[in-house]
Design a protein around this ligand. Structure first.
Ligand SMILES: O=C(O)CCC(=O)C(=O)O
Ligand SMILES: [Fe+2]
Length: 462
């Protein structure tokens, strides 16, 4: 079964020496459990600070931001209400001649229609003027759908009703992060500093494929994930065993009742699953700092359901695949994975081939099932060949699939801005990262967002 692994393992090891030496002797599994309790140690500290700041110094700013949002939304509600009242008035005024006489004259009807239209225009103009006073663009009618105004998916200009809440402060710091955070202001006041910073970030050595970035290494060690990182790199897959508590497992099961995509906002358990400490740390190892959430789905496999043929997940990337992984799939096993359960199967070591299986190979390559208990997370590299086997027993195999991808690639699923904002407000900084809020890619400001630009440059090297 491991023939491909044998074929490539030597390559892997000789061509890409791993940097586990400095992690060895750090306490292994025991340290991992302690690490698990500590969670994101540095992040947690920064979060506490952020919360304190909110309660003390930042409260006033937050109040103003909240009021800004209330005013923005109220103005647009007012405009819509004006237009609706105008329409109701038009209909009311047109019906007056019919109330007064059963067969009204043409002149009476024309007068009523004219008066009604005048009322409609006047009311729309009133709403539009208030809108103009606040946003500076006049519209007689609230032209977009009511929903678009508030979803934040309007045109993204200042006239949108959407006032994004301020992003939580970055928790994961590296030596250049203070400067990166100030890049916007420094570009205006002291551009030479920014050019220096850019040169420094640009010239920084990238973390080689399969190695753990300096900034990430302490977290990987705290969480006891060294062996998993090694296995994920060498074999293309690994299992984080027994991650979910019995209660959390129940919650995920209750939320995963059907084959569904786009599930992130549908249940709090999904966000919690995506933000799991261990998962976030190993995802950063695999797909780099500032990685994104690409998609989230639930699946139910029953006896008789078709099997999934072997494939590589980063299926829209042309082969040969880059040396760095672009996509990490994490599947929470919500039921035990056994040989009969229809478990995911992998071709160990196949990630190092850096290509898709051929049609022939799909038919003929043996793959082995990943066996684990419910509550574990199975993870694989976007290049590894995998599929799933037949379910030969009754019942169902429930899985929560999560894919993370590298900062510069595109997500499979996105959400309306307002949904993202709610999630970020609820789950803080790691969620903002997963939604791609800290970098400058695919944003209206583009390169003008200097700190986002610098951050993306820095992250590409970690
Ligand atoms: O359902 C499975 O076991 C594997 C699914 C899969 O290929 C994936 O999530 O990428
Ligand atoms: Fe897959």
């Amino acid at each position: 079964m491991r023939y491909l692994a044998d074929q490539v393992a030597a390559d892997c090891l000789s061509a890409k020496p791993l940097l586990y030496a400095d992690l060895r002797g750090s306490g292994g599994r025991g340290a991992g459990h302690a690490g698990e309790r500590l969670g994101y140690l540095r992040d947690a500290e920064a979060f506490t600070l952020t919360k304190k700041e909110r309660v003390n110094g930042m409260d006033f700013m937050k109040m103003i931001a909240d009021w800004g949002r209330v005013v923005a939304r109220s103005v647009l509600v007012f405009h819509v209400v004006c237009a609706a009242t105008g329409l109701a008035t038009l209909l009311g005024v047109i019906s007056v001649p019919y109330i007064l006489e059963p067969a009204p004259s043409g002149a009476a009807l024309a007068t009523a229609a004219f008066t009604g239209l005048l009322c409609l225009v006047a009311l729309c103009a009133l709403g539009g003027s208030v809108r103009y006073a606040v946003y500076g663009d006049f519209r007689l009618l609230p032209s977009r759908s009511f929903r678009a105004y508030f979803s934040g998916d309007d045109d993204g200009t200042e006239s949108s009703a959407h006032v994004p809440p301020p992003l939580p402060k970055r928790a994961q710091r590296a030596s250049d992060d203070d400067l990166i955070d100030q890049a916007g202001e420094l570009m205006l006041t002291n551009p030479a500093t920014i050019m220096d910073l850019f040169d420094r970030l640009q010239g920084r050595q990238c973390t080689p494929p399969g190695e753990i970035a300096e900034e990430l290494a302490p977290r990987i060690r705290e969480l006891g994930l060294e062996a998993n990182c090694k296995e994920l790199w060498e074999q293309g897959y690994t299992v984080l065993e027994d991650v979910a508590s019995p209660e959390f497992l129940q919650e995920m099961r209750a939320a995963s009742k059907e084959n569904a995509v786009h599930v992130l906002p549908k249940h709090p358990a999904f966000a919690q699953a995506a933000l799991n400490d261990k998962l976030m740390a190993i995802a950063e190892f695999s797909v780099g700092a500032g990685f994104l959430l690409s998609n989230m789905a639930t699946s139910i496999k029953r006896k008789g359901d078709p099997d999934l043929g072997i494939h590589a997940d980063q299926t829209w990337m042309p082969a040969p695949f880059p040396e760095h992984n672009l996509m990490l799939t994490a599947c929470w096993a919500l039921d035990d994975y056994t040989a009969e359960s229809g478990a995911t199967t992998v071709v160990p070591g196949s990630a190092a081939l850096r290509r898709y299986p051929t049609h022939e190979e799909i038919k003929s390559t043996p793959s082995e099932p990943i066996l684990c208990k419910a509550g574990s997370i199975t993870l694989w590299d976007g290049r590894v060949w995998h599929g799933n086997g037949p379910r030969t027993i009754d019942g169902a195999r429930r899985v929560l699939h999560i894919t993370y991808n590298r900062l510069y690639t595109r997500q499979m699923e996105t959400y309306p801005r307002s949904v993202e904002d709610e999630l970020i407000e609820k789950y803080g900084e790691p969620m903002a990262q997963l939604m791609g809020r800290y970098d400058y890619l695919a944003k209206p400001a583009g390169k003008e967002d200097f700190h986002g630009f610098m951050r993306a440059v820095a992250y590409a090297r970690r």
